[in-house]
Design a protein around this ligand. Structure first.
Ligand code: 5GP
Ligand code: ZN
Length: 113
């Protein structure tokens, strides 16, 4: 059994509120939502972070962003939303399986914390 919680969600070993499954991509609701809509979009192949991206992963990461945009539409986030990719310890990454946060449903502020 893998120690990666997101790989466990992909395999069904761990539960999740799944909102989307596509070719090489999956999305589910964050268990500690930071906005009314907070969804994580992940590749179904383990890749630890943007820092580990290889040239061949460009389409994969582009696909995550395109999927996030599609989900934002289906979630009714017509006023806007924020996509975030925390990378590494100082970037605030706590799960080492690449993911895009889709946050929406409230006014976002800048700068982020
Ligand atoms: P990071 O801090 O790495 O950018 O984001 C990881 C996110 O995963 C956090 O927002 C955290 O709440 C979420 N998370 C951690 N463990 C689980 C889990 O088991 N299930 C779900 N749905 N989200 C999780
Ligand atoms: Zn993983």
């Amino acid at each position: 059994m893998t120690h990666c919680i997101f790989c466990q969600i992909i395999s069904g070993e761990a539960p999740a509120d799944v909102v989307y499954r596509g070719l090489g991509v999956m999305a589910f609701r964050d268990t500690r939502p930071q906005a009314p809509t907070h969804i994580l979009v992940i590749p179904t192949r383990h890749l630890s972070s943007i820092g580990e991206m290889q040239p061949g992963d460009v389409d994969l990461v582009g696909g995550l962003i395109a999927t996030a945009a599609k989900i934002a539409e289906s979630e009714g986030l017509h006023q806007g939303y924020r996509l975030v990719m925390n990378t590494g310890p100082q970037g605030g990454q706590t799960v080492d399986h690449l993911h895009v946060h889709l946050l929406g449903g409230r006014q976002m502020t800048w700068p982020p914390g």
